[in-house]
Design a protein around this ligand. Structure first.
Ligand SMILES: Nc1nc2c(ncn2[C@@H]2O[C@H](COP(=O)(O)OP(=O)(O)OP(=O)(O)O)[C@@H](O)[C@H]2O)c(=O)[nH]1
Length: 462
């Protein structure tokens, strides 16, 4: 249904009045774009580059048109202020002024707010949220395990989102003094950057409710995204939902990168229109943890840093091994800045962000009751990692090995793999095998046939 510009403008004003800023920005953007077309402009300069737009049209506008545009820019400025992008709001107010509005006081206030936001002087009771991104296998779960084990005195909740048909990460989060059911929420029914923003919002609300009910305020929330997530739509959640906007604040986007494989992923050629998630994750980062420094030499690390800076010049980078990093580097950093993001991506606030993942990248997961023969498994996995290692981004499994008391955890990132016995199977726990492959052009039949050959007689699908 097409909405006239006047109807759209009424919606925007109503949303502003009710402090529904995200709805407001959608309404005002579409009504201004429609109105620009009425004036005769087919570009999106009315929003993206208002000074160029006004320079071209201002002199020929009728007074009535100037009045409409003036009001629109002022309302847009108010809405954008509500979202916290003071610098961007000033641009709208200045445009309204060019059309005759007297907004001296508003501009002075907004300028002061922009300055305060830059100096981070304001105190805020909102719970800080960190979005943790990083390509498959870069070390996100390893980092979360540190956070859940080290005594840092902070109360932190975690939302975990995993890519893969058969979820493994919950088994890889190690039980520790801080890893309790109440503060780890798993979201395995879709990717939060594409389809399940509603679930993410519900998860954040649940966390807040638990914290209020228990009377124990949270010091922070970490959202671990899948290794193939685009961080932009996840960050947008903090502006799209009123409850989340009022109670939580995006503290920063932290990206883990794998020193050995990052350049390969940055350079990967994608089909037209398909985004390169590794590039997006580096571009949006407020902090980068350059992990797995033990696997490469110094000149390679310098080259990785150079490549990161080509995408994100000012980002703070810390070199690590096994994701060992001080909490201060990643939490309580007050680094997320909507103005900065809008400068980089002016479509950031558009609802239903259009992004397309590489359809060649999929996952194949197997979940069977019973046990596996270790020797056959080693031979088979050794063979496929050697043959298909470039296309196999990530392999992980938790397996019941014949004759072994403990759970056998297998992990691989491309060809590099580790496997070791970990926690014991509990006496009443069913012995099962879970194995997931994530990669490009996976051949399910081949993988399934290979996996089946490693099973001990009698094992069957769960
Ligand atoms: N050599 C080396 N291995 C590491 C380092 N950090 C993590 N690993 C290993 O790399 C593998 C992947 O680490 P994870 O923490 O599971 O990575 P992830 O980002 O959570 O992976 P996904 O959830 O699949 O995206 C595991 O086997 C880790 O033990 C490191 O600094 N050096």
């Amino acid at each position: 249904m097409t909405v006239s510009w006047s109807e759209g403008f009424e919606r925007a004003q109503a949303a502003l009045k009710e402090a529904r800023f995200f709805d407001g920005v959608q309404a005002i953007n579409s009504c201004m774009e429609t109105y620009a077309k009425v004036i005769g402009d087919d570009t999106d300069r009315v929003l993206r580059d208002p000074s160029a737009f006004l320079q071209e049209y201002k002199e020929n506008l009728k007074q009535e048109q100037k009045d409409v545009l003036r009001k629109m820019y002022e309302v847009r400025g108010d809405i954008i202020t509500g979202l916290g992008a003071h610098k961007r709001a000033m641009l709208d107010y200045q445009s309204a002024q060019l059309l005759g509005a007297i907004l001296k006081d508003k501009l002075a206030k907004t300028e002061a707010a922009a300055k305060a936001a830059k100096e981070k002087t304001g105190s805020d009771a909102k719970v800080p949220v960190t979005v943790l991104t990083g390509f498959l296998g870069s070390g996100k779960t390893t980092l979360l395990n540190h956070i859940l084990h080290e005594f840092h005195g902070k109360r932190i909740a975690i939302i975990e989102n995993e890519f893969g048909e058969v979820g493994i990460d919950d088994s890889l989060i190690e039980a520790g003094p801080l890893a309790m059911e109440e503060n780890v929420i798993e979201m395995n029914n879709g990717c939060i950057c594409c389809t399940v923003r509603g679930d993410l919002i519900a998860g954040l609300k649940k966390i807040m409710k638990r914290s209020v009910q228990s009377g124990k305020p949270l010091d922070g929330v970490i959202i671990e995204t899948t290794g193939l997530a685009d961080p932009a739509p996840v960050a947008q959640t903090f502006f799209a939902d009123d409850f989340v906007q009022q109670n939580m604040q995006l503290d920063g986007i932290v990206t883990l990168v794998d020193a050995k494989h990052l350049i390969m992923h940055l350079d990967e050629e994608k089909p037209e229109g398909v985004e390169n998630e590794a590039v997006e994750q580096v571009a949006f980062a407020d902090r980068i943890i350059l992990n797995k420094c033990d696997l490469v030499d110094e000149p390679h690390l310098d080259e990785v840093e150079r490549r990161i800076r080509m995408i994100n010049e000012a980002v703070k980078i810390k070199r690590t091994t096994k994701s060992k990093v001080d909490m201060d580097f990643i939490m309580g950093i007050q680094a997320f800045d909507l103005d900065k993001i809008l400068e980089m991506d002016d479509g950031f606030l558009a609802d239903e962000q259009d992004h397309q993942h590489d359809e060649r990248v999929t996952s194949c997961g197997f979940h069977v009751k019973g046990e596996i023969n270790q020797q056959k498994l080693n031979e088979w996995l050794g063979y496929i990692l050697k043959e298909k290692g470039n296309d196999l981004f990530r392999t992980k499994g938790v397996l019941a090995v014949q004759g072994m008391q403990q759970k056998f955890v297998f992990q691989a990132v491309h060809m590099a793999f580790t496997g070791s016995p970990q926690r014991d199977w509990q006496p009443d726990e069913e012995r099962i095998c879970k194995l997931t492959f994530i990669g490009k052009n996976l051949n399910r039949q081949e993988l399934e046939a290979g996996f089946k050959k490693c099973l001990v007689n009698g094992a069957g699908y769960a």
